[in-house]
Design a protein around this ligand. Structure first.
Ligand code: AHR
Length: 497
């Protein structure tokens, strides 16, 4: 099969924001305890955080980590996690029906995030709490000093403010499972007033309003319109959450699910712009896709979980090769929508639906999805160029005209390179791919990396990381045209100087 792509530096989607490659750590399962934090582990630092995990997080080059939830957030009192550890209470976490020890709180997490070179995207509890708490946490974190709360932070060891820029106004407030679930108008009014108070404390912060928990929610789209109607003036981003799975064991349909993500993004953009027009506003609301991933492998296991344990294994999906291919398609979709998606968080980072896994007292290992995410995060920085693609397509159970090739090129002027990301969705045919860069002078190939040739159900384990990229030689560059062979069912990253 042949596929052609044409790009030009004059046809740009947008500069890709670094925060597109964010991730997420929730106080749940083994994400924090036995994940990033395990004081008895041989690699633990003086604060109890595993250095081996930090090294893998750094490999992912993550600029932003959302914290502390998730559903956990809606019953969380942040004050439980500050001050001397011996005074911190153990609490019931009603979201996941576990026990939270509060050994790790915002100070420890903030210090950890600095070590892995990431900013914190903090979230405020609008499930059980409200405006007063929202303004208090911003004062504690961001006010320099001289007030009770800012001085308490200093007493607790942080003289300088945390200076947290990005704040989520609650989590999935439309969900019946959410502690303190609200009707759209009620949530919108609360978020507006909480956001107003937070920005009065620190007007440099940016606020993310909760969109729907998924495009499949019965209230999807009207929820977005109603909450924006109430809170438009005070917020900067609207959130999207979406998880995918191959429950039907239908590969063609599974790999097409990035089209659902694309439709979801475009629908939310349309609602944001509808409210903008209705309000005759000059302000544009952008999107924070702050939970996205594959999540389904662990559902059955989790349904058998005993309640009220401390850090039990939860949502420990073991990813296979087909998941890595879909993650590649989803990453390309985010880049293709980088004009409006300014923040995105792969949910989550360690052990819980995660690219990084840990063994208690043992090793860390990289799941299959680690690699496309890492390569996108390392090389998908710069300007996303509009992809003009000619390729055959197929119909699947839920989608028509699915192109066999999913691809985008990114121009990184700082590094003086262009990078092509491409997924071949065909299980039978290689793609003879040509990308014409017209007005961009190309030099040599820096690297052509492919993930291909694995059984679609192949997984990595702590003993062996089988599914990972390897170099390919099947590429040439001539007259500003890149020609490459994209193997059947492959994730490809082509870097050209
Ligand atoms: O990431 C796991 C859970 O998925 C989060 O806690 C919640 O926000 C979503 O439903």
């Amino acid at each position: 099969m042949k596929a052609n792509m044409q790009v030009s530096k004059n046809f740009q989607i947008s500069k890709i924001e670094d925060r597109l490659y964010g991730s997420f750590i929730e106080h749940m399962g083994r994400a924090v305890y036995e994940g990033i934090y395990e004081p008895t582990h041989p690699t633990a630092d003086d604060n109890g955080f595993r250095n081996d995990v930090k090294e893998l997080v750094k490999e992912l080059n993550i600029p932003l980590v959302r914290y502390p939830g998730g559903n956990f957030l809606s019953g969380y009192n942040w004050e439980d996690g500050i001050g001397p550890r011996e005074n911190r209470p153990k609490r019931l976490d009603l979201a996941w029906r576990t026990i939270e020890t509060n050994e790790v709180g915002m100070h420890e997490f903030f210090d950890w995030s600095k070590e892995v070179n990431a900013e914190v995207n903090m979230a405020v509890n609008l499930g059980t709490r409200g405006v007063d708490d929202a303004r208090r946490i911003v004062e504690y974190c961001n006010f320099p000093g001289g007030t009770e709360l800012s001085d308490l932070r200093r007493q607790n060891g942080h003289e300088e403010p945390f200076a947290i820029k990005t704040w989520c106004l609650g989590n999935e407030m439309d969900g019946p499972w959410q502690i303190g679930q609200k009707a759209a108008v009620d949530y919108g009014k609360l978020a507006a007033q909480a956001g107003k108070a937070m920005k009065l404390v620190d007007d440099s912060i940016e606020l993310v309003l909760c969109g729907s928990s998924s495009s499949e929610m019965p209230t999807f789209a009207s929820w977005e319109a109603e909450v924006l109607d109430e809170a438009y003036e005070y917020v900067d981003y609207l959130s999207l959450h979406r998880y995918y799975g191959n429950q039907e064991n239908d590969l063609e349909n599974y790999l097409a699910k990035s089209i659902d993500m694309d439709n979801f993004i475009k629908s939310v953009v349309a609602v944001c712009d509808y409210v903008k027009a209705k309000k005759k506003s000059n302000k544009t609301i952008n999107l924070s896709f702050d939970e996205w991933n594959v999540w389904y492998h662990s559902n059955e296991q989790d349904s058998k979980n005993e309640p009220w344990q401390i850090a039990p294994p939860l949502l420990e999906d073991i990813y296979n090769f087909e998941d890595a291919l879909l993650i590649g398609c989803l990453l390309i979709t985010l880049m293709k929508n980088s004009d409006r998606v300014k923040i995105a968080c792969l949910a989550q980072l360690v052990n819980v639906i995660a690219p990084i896994m840990t063994e208690k007292d043992g090793r860390t290992w990289r799941q299959t999805i680690f690699y496309p995410f890492m390569q996108a995060s390392l090389y998908g920085r710069g300007i996303a160029l509009t992809p003009n693609i000619q390729v055959d397509s197929y119909n699947s159970r839920d989608f028509d005209n699915v192109p066999y090739l999913e691809s985008i090129a990114v121009l990184n002027e700082e590094e003086n390179e262009v990078v092509i990301f491409a997924v071949n969705r065909s299980k039978d045919d290689a793609i003879d791919f040509e990308c014409d860069f017209y007005d961009i002078s190309l030099g040599d190939v820096i690297d052509f990396s492919e993930m291909a040739g694995f059984d679609i159900k192949a997984i990595n384990t702590s003993a062996e990381e089988v599914v990972k990229p390897s170099p390919s030689e099947e590429i040439r560059v001539e007259n500003n045209v890149v020609s490459a062979k994209l193997k059947p069912l492959s994730w490809n990253v082509i870097r050209v100087a």
